[in-house]
Design a protein around this ligand. Structure first.
Ligand code: NCD
Ligand code: ZN
Ligand code: ZN
Length: 345
């Protein structure tokens, strides 16, 4: 046994599917899955069946989340450019705005550049806008943030080309940050796994690993779909991952590919800074970095009950998770009740 204490991880990109698709996940199973992976804070995306485009749908989701969450959580507001009048009614209650500029689950994609400009003009400047932006959409976002002075975060960077554009904008001192997912770090376009943005080549993946210092956060993009949906002729894109992110990364720490400090920066220090979250010493975890085990579908807490990493050997078992100074999860057992998680905004 070799115990390592880490700050509870902050995962700023998950889809807990509640309300609307609780056959895939819900706020209880999703946040339990988070705790099992050492994650004590999740930020949930707005692409629900009824999207979080109004104060009404936001409050409905909030009431579900408050009653079920076992880890801390924040919520994003969403927009395809038709709900500007809702911005001031919602902004104070969310951690940021999420905008999809490329097609993905939910099909809430914004194609109209004029509408995008209106979003930039109307969303509060000090509050972040998170973009799903691929290829030329990255250039567009950088151009507009420069013009309108917004704080922007580009989620799930996948390619050398995309990250290079972000690195260039950062060196121009734009308030731009970005993140990467485990699946883009561990799987490539030959793996057959369907996710958006699509998995890239080994060459792109090497570039991401070699430039981790220019990436701000690590996010799971936990996107559960049922096994039968994933096995169908038209599988939806997305993979679950909030529970497997830390063991996968700790395995790379063991191999010397990144340091523990780098991991803390990506999963705690940087997300706190970007989202103005105060330091929280009451959320921490203990992992046994010596314990090696095989990821198995049957041991997962996510309701969808599968993982693209099933069968992978990892090093690093989450033993204890403390939240609000209380032992909330220990050796695979939840020790707090639904509603224990705090709402962050
Ligand atoms: C996500 C989902 O299923 O909600 N899917 C995915 O492939 N990543 C949406 C998204 O993050 O683009
Ligand atoms: Zn996305
Ligand atoms: Zn996502």
């Amino acid at each position: 046994m070799k115990l390592l204490r880490l700050p509870g991880l902050i995962d700023i990109h998950v889809h807990l599917r509640d309300p609307g698709e609780i056959q895939k996940e819900d706020f209880y199973t999703g946040t339990l899955s988070a705790l099992a992976g050492g994650v004590t804070t999740v930020f949930d995306m707005p692409n629900n069946i009824v999207p979080i485009f109004s104060r009404k749908s936001l409050l409905e989701k909030l009431s579900v989340a408050k009653s079920k969450a076992v880890c801390d959580f924040g919520l994003y507001f969403g927009s395809i450019g038709d709900n500007i009048s809702e911005f001031e009614k919602a902004a104070a209650d969310v951690i940021g705005l999420k905008v999809y500029l490329s097609l993905t689950t939910g099909k809430y994609v914004l194609g109209d550049e004029d509408k995008l400009k209106i979003i930039f003009q109307n969303w509060p400047k000090q509050k972040i806008i998170v973009f799903h932006a691929e290829r030329d959409r990255i250039d567009l976002v950088i151009r507009l943030m420069e013009k309108y002075g917004n704080k922007v975060h580009i989620t799930h960077v996948t390619t050398k080309d995309g990250l290079e554009k972000i690195i260039a904008a950062k060196s121009d001192n734009l308030p731009l940050t970005c993140d990467v997912t485990p699946h883009h770090l561990f799987l490539t376009d030959t793996s057959g796994v369907i996710v958006k943005p699509a998995l890239s080549t080994k060459k792109d993946q090497d570039f991401l690993w070699n430039n981790l210092k220019s990436i701000d956060c690590l996010v799971s993009d936990h996107a559960p779909h049922t096994i039968s949906e994933k096995k169908s002729d038209k599988p939806p894109s997305g993979v679950p991952g909030v529970e497997t992110m830390l063991p996968l990364m700790l395995t790379e720490v063991k191999k010397g590919r990144l340091s523990v400090n780098e991991l803390i920066r990506l999963t705690s220090t940087s997300p706190r800074k970007i989202f103005n979250l105060p330091q929280d010493d009451s959320a921490y975890i203990e992992v046994d970095t010596a314990e090696e085990y095989i990821i198995e579908n049957k041991s997962l807490f996510t309701k969808c009950a599968w993982s693209p990493y099933a069968g992978w050997q990892v090093a690093g078992r989450v033993k204890k998770v403390y939240l609000h100074r209380k032992l909330a999860f220990e050796n695979g057992k939840l020790l707090v009740s639904q509603g224990f998680g705090n709402y962050l905004h």
